[in-house]
Design a protein around this ligand. Structure first.
Ligand code: AMP
Ligand code: GLY
Length: 434
């Protein structure tokens, strides 16, 4: 079977790598791909925000299945366009993808369906904002309504900062969500959905800040890990029952069934003052946001641990049979450490030669490319803010982390930045358990 994957980052490298391991997949084409993806797939150029251009690639390459990686093609309506043409495609329709592309839609949806989330107000004018802001205590969270590539959220320490954030974000989509600040540790919960059922894939934790100890500006994600300990049975059951399944049920009831990956961004808030059903294992988990696709770099870590054939997940989602499969992960842990360019996240130095990619990696280690390209003489060079994701899997997080940092010691490029502390919270807990 020939599969076309849309996207060109580390997430798509991991998806192409996992599909290539399926016995039923003979060809993988990736549009646009990158220098690393070219080792496991045929790469063809495409404009990811242009449905007509993506259809051109589908017509040219004639895949039996199309897998969409990023949010931009989903919000552009690529799934609707392919379904209309009878092409098998994995991912949500444009309307269902509003769970990521519109924060205002999502907050109203969560409230309508009694799914726990932060208290909020959606405002459309400065007057409404100035009336709403004083109703929230500091700090106040201000969010742009549309897709903003991770740059649409401001945590304002003062009313004046919150006011300025509304001034900045309101013109982007004509509405802004003002939200109560939630305290706690974040958890990314991934569910596979088929329009009717939601099943668990795995949980992971991202590290969004550029600096060690979670300091400095936000990035697309500087590293992630996935362990069994992140998702005890009780929490897994609770998240399915109180978040993922009610979301699938609600979308179905509203005539916009959700298929694909539901990435639930959860804040594990303390349970004090909360009672009953909303409490699990001493926490009151609340939805921060949904994404309607795999996370980057969470996917690199999760797919390295996943024993189930990725093609089985994709088929179950498309065919409405997710209740007939279960997802098996290798026990233990996996980790992905991002190597980023000089200047990231404000900008990125590009075209810099990368050294150390020609040596083979040990068992359980994969180097997924995020932003790389081949230059005129065929050398691999940097081509984006996030460049590589050094990913490792082992029986526990300490071992996985050791393998990843050993492997990245052999890689270098001018201005390379990375965090030495990916997984620090969980490593401390692992140590605590002796
Ligand atoms: P979002 O795009 O909604 O996930 O927001 C991006 C990041 O901002 C999240 O991963 C959190 O770290 C932070 N954030 C968003 N909403 C809140 C909130 N209500 N309270 C605290 N932090 C938040
Ligand atoms: N790592 C966060 C995201 O993919 O949105």
């Amino acid at each position: 079977m020939k599969v076309l994957v849309i996207g060109g980052g580390g997430r798509e490298h991991a998806i192409c790598w996992a599909l290539r391991r399926s016995a039923r997949v003979t060809d993988v084409v990736c549009a646009p791909g990158n220098a690393g993806i070219a080792a496991v797939a045929t790469c063809v150029p495409v404009l990811q925000d242009d449905v007509a251009d993506m259809l051109r690639v589908v017509n040219q390459t004639e895949p039996q299945l199309v897998v969409i990686g990023p949010e931009v093609p989903l919000a552009a309506g690529i799934v609707d366009a392919l379904e209309t043409r009878g092409v098998r495609v994995f991912g949500p329709t444009r309307e269902a993808a509003q769970l990521e592309s519109s924060k205002a839609f999502t907050k109203d949806f969560l409230q309508r369906h009694n799914i726990p989330t932060a208290r909020y107000r959606t405002v459309h004018t400065m007057e409404e904002a100035r009336e709403a802001l004083p109703q929230f205590s500091l700090p106040i969270v201000v969010k742009a309504d549309g897709l903003a590539a991770g740059k649409g959220v401001v945590i304002a320490a003062t009313q004046a900062e919150a006011d300025a954030a509304v001034v900045e974000l309101l013109p982007m989509n004509g509405s802004v969500v003002i939200e109560e600040f939630l305290e706690g540790e974040e958890l990314s919960f991934f569910a596979l959905c088929d329009g009717t059922h939601a099943i668990t894939i795995a949980a992971a934790q991202d590290h969004k800040r550029i600096g060690e100890g979670d300091t400095g500006p936000n990035t697309g994600g500087m590293g992630a890990y996935s362990t069994d300990a992140l998702l005890p049975d009780e929490l897994r059951t609770w998240l399915l029952r109180h978040v993922a399944q009610p979301t699938v049920d609600g979308m179905r009831a509203e005539g916009t069934p959700f298929k694909g990956i539901l990435f639930c961004g959860i804040m594990m808030t303390p349970a004090k003052g909360v009672a009953g059903e909303n409490v699990v294992s001493g926490f009151a988990p609340k939805v921060l946001e949904f994404n309607t696709r795999w996370g980057d770099p969470e996917t690199q870590a999760i797919l390295l641990r996943m024993e189930t054939d990725l093609l089985d997940l994709v088929n179950a989602s498309i065919d409405g049979t997710a209740d007939e499969i279960s997802v098996k992960m290798k026990p233990g842990a996996s980790i992905c450490v991002i190597l980023a360019s000089a200047g990231y996240p404000a900008g990125a130095e590009k075209g810099v030669a990368i050294h150390g990619l020609d040596t083979s990696t040990p068992a359980g280690v994969e180097i997924f490319h995020s932003g790389t390209a081949l230059n005129a003489i065929g050398d691999t060079v940097t081509a984006g803010g996030r460049v590589l994701g050094v990913t490792a899997q082992a029986e526990n997080l300490r071992r996985a982390s050791g393998k990843a940092y050993d492997a990245l010691a052999g890689i270098s490029f001018r201005g390379m930045q990375f965090r030495r502390d990916i997984g620090w919270r969980a490593l401390n807990r692992e140590r605590g358990q002796g």
